[in-house]
Design a protein around this ligand. Sequence first.
Ligand code: GLV
Ligand code: MN
Ligand code: MN
Length: 417
Amino acid sequence: MIRNAQLEHLHVDGDRLRTTIEISSRIGGTKNNGIQRCAATDEDKRMRDIFTKWVRETGCELIIDEMGNMFAVRPGRDRKRGAVMAGSHLDTQKPGGRFDGILGVLGALEAMRSINDAGIELERDFIVVNWTNEEGGWFAPACMGSGVWAGNITKEWAYGRKDRDGKTVFGEELARIGYMGDFPCDHRKWNIETAYELHIEQGPILWKMKKQIGAPRGILCLHWYDVYLEGTANQVGPTPMEGRNDALLAFSEMCQTVNKVAHQMGDMVATVGEIQNYPNSRNIIPSRVHFTVDIRSWDDNHALRAWQLMKREFEIIAERLGCQIRSEEFWKVESASFDQKLVDLVLESAEELGIGSLRMLSGAGHDMSEINKVTRGAMIFVPSIGGRSHVEVENTAWDDCVRGADVLLRCILKSSQ
Ligand code: GLV
Ligand code: MN
Ligand code: MN
């Protein structure tokens, strides 16, 4: 049982947290101060090996499920009561920063180490989790491990995803690095009462408003689409401008359409982030293009209406330029609305620690979008310097990382009563 006086004096070890994050930064570290450590790659394996060692040092049991999700379980006094879970992901974009996801896992690990140092026996099990392939930057989609765990996608479909170059298959690569465990990847095998995810904001709001903690009331929806265009390849010199079927030209108009519709409809963001152009030669008219569309909004129907509008315009453009078009929905996560009491608990914990906080929304997707479907969840945001993320220069002040981990620790302790 935690006494109030104990809660008053419990803080994480800020230096230890910083050292732990710095060790992580060297695994797949890039020369521009970022990290390239995509899920199911050799770098991911090296990070997982070190994380395994750190978990063993805490004395916890480590469970690895069929999707490679890693759960460090610290038993509570009453094992029948639902557990408190905290974590995020150790994989990065290609290339990404040093904090996205990493702060959430290593901040939760630091909370566990601090609870151990204080010799506290919690009422409930406390679980630190590293979710597999949150980023989806190499093997799409994002939130793969948590998505299978929550039942949004199947394990078989996830195993079959190909990398961005179409050369390797996710399931084979996960097995190759030795992290395809045998514990069922299914939330029904667990009894989780509350879940937290500490994360950098990845946007400019906290940084601009000079607030140290953000408590999102939820996460925008994520709708991902693929569009395939087929035109006619030809020699660029002799082929007149009139009558060409240039798939890249069609794409460029469609890219404008995506941005125009998002501006016109408002309350959403829409992005073309990936494009493959064939044969990608400076003296051949492009015959084939594949591109992706990412649409996010608080209102799923609003996002769906935007897609319908975009699709109609795409078809008109394709017809005018003599290109065939095919599009498909690749992946969808509905917007997540968090448990209001938990959001209040995050704000209350920040206030008790004398830290300025803000109620907000999350524009970035997170494993919590999936976890929140099957348990009560909330997130704790800390400022991203300059609002930059998914880039190597992504940065957060060490003091803010420590403040975030302190708020997380407090939330864990309160929820463990
Ligand atoms: C996840 O990183 C996302 O917001 O796309
Ligand atoms: Mn993340
Ligand atoms: Mn990310």
